[in-house]
Write a protein that binds this ligand. Structure first.
Ligand code: MN
Length: 217
């Protein structure tokens, strides 16, 4: 079996959908799954999602704005037992033992914010949000984390002519250029894969870059 590359994003605590997606794509040990950030917040089991991903060896993860945003709060909760969490992320985090808490914080703190990969001779840039303050000659290292995790591309204008940008963060239901809401949008050298798993009527989506095959839960 030849290695395949799968991508999904914005699980947002939807652990059950994530498990069903893993069943559906049925990866081999040689396959790689890229998770483009926003594992936490909104859905019921954000920390379970993070811990599952931490324990899968063929997964590469990017940081999203929500993952980045909770690190400081989780550090606070790891040091202060007497406060009650408000969000699903905080509450689930508080059920962990101290070592597990530190492992989660360390994992989130070390996540990269982009990948630059090549599949079938096509180059892909993987980010959570977009490339804020884009300039064609700017190297990916020169973007700030905020420019990559918080921004939304103008999907009517490609960033690159020779590279495809794969992003989450912006549910495809909200993309004006998208003719197929609730489906992955492939247009103008973008692949937008957040189909709003945590929202009513939304779905968790994944794509196999090698075959173009799309998966929905
Ligand atoms: Mn996001």
């Amino acid at each position: 079996m030849i290695m395949a590359v799968y991508i999904l994003a914005d699980i947002h605590g939807m652990y059950d959908k994530f498990m069903r997606m893993l069943d559906k794509i049925n990866m081999t040990d040689e396959d790689i799954l890229y998770v483009l950030g926003d594992m936490v917040d909104r859905g019921p089991h954000p920390i379970k999602v993070v811990q599952k991903i931490m324990n899968m060896k063929n997964v590469r993860t990017l940081i999203g704005n929500h993952d980045s945003g909770v690190i400081g709060t989780l550090k606070f909760f790891a040091m202060n037992d007497s406060y009650r969490g408000d969000t699903s992320t905080e509450r689930e985090f508080q059920t962990l033992d101290q070592q597990e808490k530190m492992n989660v914080i360390e994992f989130l703190s070390e996540l990269p914010y982009y990948y630059d990969i090549s599949v079938n001779d096509q180059q892909y840039i993987l980010v959570h949000g977009g490339l804020g303050n884009f300039s064609p000659g700017k190297s990916l290292d020169e973007y700030t984390i905020d420019e990559i995790v918080w921004t939304r591309p103008d999907f009517s204008v490609p960033y690159y002519t020779d590279r495809i940008v794969v992003c989450g963060h912006t549910p495809t239901q909200l993309i004006e250029e998208n003719d197929r809401p609730r489906y992955i949008m492939k247009k103008n050298n973008y692949i937008a894969i957040d189909c709003g798993a945590c929202f009513r009527g939304g779905r968790l989506a994944a794509i196999c870059l090698d075959t173009g095959e799309e998966f929905y839960v």
